[in-house]
Write a protein of this length. Sequence first.
Length: 101
Amino acid sequence: MPLDPLDPYDFDGAKLEEVERAKAKKAQAEEDFKWLMRQQQFRRYMHRQLEMNGVYRTTFRPNSEMAFLEGVRAVGVRMLGECHALSLEEAFLMMREAIDD
């Protein structure tokens, strides 16, 4: 019998399992990242990556290089966003450690 798209109680069990697996995979990735951010070595590595991606400097150039640099910076901003969203305290610690070095 086909599924009724208007009935919220008529669902495909396989689809539900797929959604649950995706949620579990995402939760595991977030826990992995939190664990990594608790490691000082990883925080140093992450800060170097953010610096290399130009997160802390302007990308303004009077030529076409600016588009490329802005794309690189966008990757870094996404990484920084993940740091802030998943482990804000460790992100602040990473900044303090970078200033102290």
